[in-house]
Design a protein around this ligand. Structure first.
Ligand code: HEM
Length: 74
């Protein structure tokens, strides 16, 4: 994931399963609140070329994965 690789501007690396799973609940929160990935673009009717924004379906999939993971966690 860009920005969340060693030395990049993201405060923590999110480069493998373990790193992502360790921040699962926070990732579910920041994606649900649309804090991440950050969008500098002003919302408009025109589609933004190269937008990094997650779709509602992707955000829901992340939350479901985290909930499932949390349920599986010891
Ligand atoms: C664990 C939760 C997360 C936290 C606390 C977090 C925090 C941050 C922070 C503080 C930055 C630097 C922002 C700036 O200086 O403007 C950043 C950058 C970024 N993050 Fe996250 N992040 C998280 C998860 C994610 C996730 C899940 C994604 C993607 C789905 C993501 C995508 C990005 C991107 C693309 C940037 C670079 C933005 C730019 O180009 O300026 N982050 N993150």
């Amino acid at each position: 994931m860009p920005c969340h690789q060693g030395g990049d501007i993201g405060p923590m690396p999110l480069t493998n399963y373990e790193e992502v799973a360790a921040y699962g609940r926070m990732i579910a929160y920041v994606t649900r609140e649309k804090l991440m990935p950050p969008s500098r673009a002003v919302a408009s009717a025109a589609p933004i070329v190269g937008s990094r924004q997650l779709t509602g379906k992707e955000i829901a999939q992340i939350s479901a994965w985290v909930d499932g993971n949390a349920a599986a966690a010891p």
